[in-house]
Each structure stands twice: as C-alpha cells, then as structure tokens.
Design a protein around this ligand. Structure first.
Ligand code: IMP
Length: 193
C-alpha cells in the first residue's frame, strides 16, 4: 500500500507547495466569481486529474460574496495519456456529464494543459451542445509544446517543462493524492517502454 511517505523516495523536487496552490486557486475563484456574478454557472471538471482543483475552485467561488447566482458542479472523464508520460494525441471520452449544457455558461476545469489537444477536443465537443458560453480554467499551464492554439481564459500557475505529479496529476495512477506539485526522479521512468 502506497503512502505519502513511500512517495518521498520518488520525488525529485517540490514545484508548488500546498500553500502556493491554495493561493492560486483563491485567485482563480475571485476572478471567476467576478466574471460570472449574478449568473448561473456550470463547472465541468475533467476527470480524473481535475478532481481536486474542481472542488477547490467551486469552494473558492463560494467564499466570494458576489459570485454566480448558482453553481452546478459536474464531471466528465477523458483519457489521453494511457500510462505514459507523453501524450498519445488521442483523446477518448470515457464518461460524459449528465447535466444538459444548452443555453448555459460552462466553465471547463482542467488540471493541466500541455499540448492542448484535450482542451481543444473538449471545447469542440461542448460547443456542439450549444451552451451560452464555454471557457476554460486550468490550474497548471505548460505552454512549451502546444500543438493547437486553444484559449485558456483562467490560468493558475505556470509549471516547468517537465512531467509533473500531485494535486490530481498522476504517473501510472499514482501520486494524485500528493498535496503539492512535484517533479519525479528520472529513475521512476526507467521502466517506461
Ligand atoms: P494535453 O492534451 O497535452 O494538453 O494534456 C492534457 C492532459 O494530459 C491533462 O489533463 C493530464 O491528464 C495530462 N498531462 C499533461 N501533462 C501532464 C504532466 O506533466 N503530468 C501528468 N499528467 C499530465
């Protein structure tokens, strides 16, 4: 059974502390609350990575006195990496949201944007459902290897050009529960085929 202590031997360095992540999410919540003030908002989290950031952004919005009139929190689930560190470029919708999106303001919440294919795929999918608007909120941006020019209206922190884990992000389904963002030791990847 893995614990956070077991993880320590695999971590090269911490990139953003829990405190820095919480502050970034607070700033995102403030901006989103202001921009959607008085309007109903659908927060659509992208599983599995955005599990934590979606709930934390939803609560950061709720802490603001003059935010959206109501917030619906829902999720869909996609897969784009398999068990590797480089994107396959292929995005699959594994599970859809059951919330109708037509005529509503939708904010996609993602853990990280790298080549941009996942967000581009999801935006195109959602636009087909004729929402009133679609925007994207991403906690971590890796702007170094974009393959598509996809708009990101709300960005929390810029991550280095490295494969990162923690705060929802995984390597082979591990490390999601780290409370900080981290870079793994190169030895962790030696098994990758
Ligand atoms: P993109 O399609 O390359 O923009 O990548 C989006 C998805 O790839 C994210 O939602 C993550 O699930 C995954 N991803 C991208 N970079 C990383 C990383 O450094 N660590 C873990 N997952 C990543």
């Amino acid at each position: 059974m893995k614990t956070i202590t077991d993880y320590d031997q695999h971590i090269e360095r911490m990139l953003f502390s829990p405190h820095e992540i919480a502050a970034a999410i607070d700033r995102l919540g403030e901006r989103i609350a202001r921009d959607y003030a008085g309007k109903p908002l659908v927060l659509l989290g992208v599983l599995k990575g955005a599990l934590y950031v979606t709930t934390d952004v939803a609560r950061a919005i709720a802490r603001r006195p003059d935010g959206p009139s109501e917030v619906t929190v829902t999720y869909l689930c996609v897969s784009s990496y398999g068990n590797r560190t480089r994107s396959s470029g292929e995005v699959r919708l594994l599970r859809d949201t059951s919330v109708p999106l037509a005529g509503r303001d939708v904010l996609l919440v993602e853990d990280i944007v790298d080549n941009g294919l996942t967000l581009a795929y999801l935006r195109a999918l959602l636009i087909g459902r004729e929402p009133a608007s679609v925007r994207s909120c991403v906690l971590f941006d890796k702007p170094y290897h974009r393959r598509v020019d996809v708009p990101v209206e709300y960005c929390g922190l810029v991550a280095p050009d490295a494969f990162v884990v923690g705060y929802g992000l995984d390597y082979q389904e591990l490390f999601r529960n780290l409370p900080y963002l981290a870079q793994l030791r190169p030895a962790v990847f030696t098994q990758e085929g």
